[in-house]
Design a protein around this ligand. Sequence first.
Ligand code: M6R
Length: 612
Amino acid sequence: MCGIVGYTGFRQAYPVVLKGLKRLEYRGYDSSGVAMVQPDGLALLKKKGKVAELEEFAIGKNLASQICIGHTRWATHGEPSDRNAHPHLSQSGEIAMIHNGIIENYAPIKAELIKKGYTFNSDTDTEVLLNFIDDIKKENACTLEEAVRIALKRIVGAYCILLVHKDDPETIIAARKGSPLVIGIGKGEHFLASDASPIIEYTKEVVYVNDYEIAIIKPDELILKNLGNEKQTPFVQKLDMELAAIEKGGYPHFMLKEIFEQPQTIFDCLRGRLLPQENNIILSGIDKYAAEITAANRIIIIACGTSWHAGLVAEYIIEELCRIPVEVEYASEFRYRNPIVQKGDVIIAISQSGETADTLVAIENAKEKGAIILGVVNVVGSSIARLSHAGAYTHAGHEIGVASTKAFTGQLAVLMMMAFKLGYAKGTISQERFTQLSQELSTVPEKVAKVLEQDDAVKAIALKYADARDFLYLGRGYNFPIALEGALKLKEISYIHAEGYPAAEMKHGPIALVDEHLPVVFVATKDSFHEKVVSNMQEIKARKGKIISIITEGDEVSPTLSDDVIVLPAIDEIIAPLINVIPLQLLSYHIGIAKGLDVDKPRNLAKSVTVE
Ligand code: M6R
């Protein structure tokens, strides 16, 4: 949550930071701001709203400086406003700070500071931490770096902070715990950001700062220390990312671009791993733990949001193919409910960002109890990836649209490969079934491309129903999680109330919602439950609901019950979720656009939820 950018070097810093903030806006867009060190002190500019508002506000102001920190906010403490926007300025006026995260014990610290006579200009926990640092600096007559170190030892919560001091036009002090920070290393310049996208244009050499590390960054120098003041050796990595990957490439929105990238991203995810001709699936991370996983008494899948839906699909598939009991947990519930985790339990953590706070803490707890943690993560080098014992990246590339699309299909592709591989290794599926599933999975990129050819047809359906007040999404078996995902996408992008439900469960309550105004989306492709789903369609039809059905080519019955149909290529029911979700992504996109909404930055959301 929140995006942070910093620059110190030989260039004019503001344009570098502003561009970086635009790239990180997917992380939060309630307000934004920058702080620069200038000859007469600190210059702060901040504005409620998107980065464009800040850019407008900055026109005509003195922006000259070779050092700048900037922030784009997803509000936690205090409403979105100019006053609560970052950077904050210490009461002394000497230090400016930006923060991504939450300081959980801010209240007692604030009380202490108030007793000492401090007053606050915002409702944020950030301003409390900043004044705490300033106060320590004064009381101990120490450097800013030392004051930060002392303060952080008392802090409970998550943070990535960047600070600049009015008398130091070269140095940025940064520290992190639980919120990401990447430092880009240039020649005579350094870049700091929440992810690599603001940096990639300038350098490919980066350092991912670890938890409890403090960085002292000058144009020509990067010093990393732990909270015990011991120097750490920075581990310099090469970014495997191109600038084109983070630009829209001719599409009007990142979401549409990312939906259309899926034939390629799924292909990239399968490449070199799914080897049907050799009758093999190579997932090198997982291979190391294959014996423990196949022998596990149970698998617990932990995730949030869309990633949780991928986990539900995996539950159905792993239980079917591997005959291992699977539980799928919301990370936010799991971490607080004292769950039973035993040595040898296998946990699969699924996360696009690899930084979701609830998922991160949930797996930290499980790891302490002896569980084996497997990460299915998109962002390389992210916290969850690093915390996991092993795992497999989804290789979906940088996902910028706040609504997850290509990361979801990447997750499904990885989880399917895992299930096929483990089922075969365990002997719960035959070689013939393994080969057939592998071969069918390899056809997915081509089939997804075929589904995308129907974009205009989906758009026409979207325009027809864009004014609906509610939507119901129904599916059974492997398609039930896809119904949930379709409903979530619609809620996020169009602000239309939508519910996903198991198709048969619908008659135990939600059927009361059905009338001639309610569009009901059936994920009704050919599978073992198909006839039952058709009966559920009859039940909706009898109550005059409007039926939009996602069906398999050759199905002649469903169209007779449906108002609108989207026809998909046939594929094994276990793999079908990978294809069936595509029209639902397009449907929500086109409804959002028809309603004139910002589909890449839906209100109240942020791409990466690094607070609990
Ligand atoms: O980065 P993660 O996969 O851990 O994020 C989990 C959820 O926050 C995320 O899937 C969220 O639900 C998306 N907005 C869905 O489109």
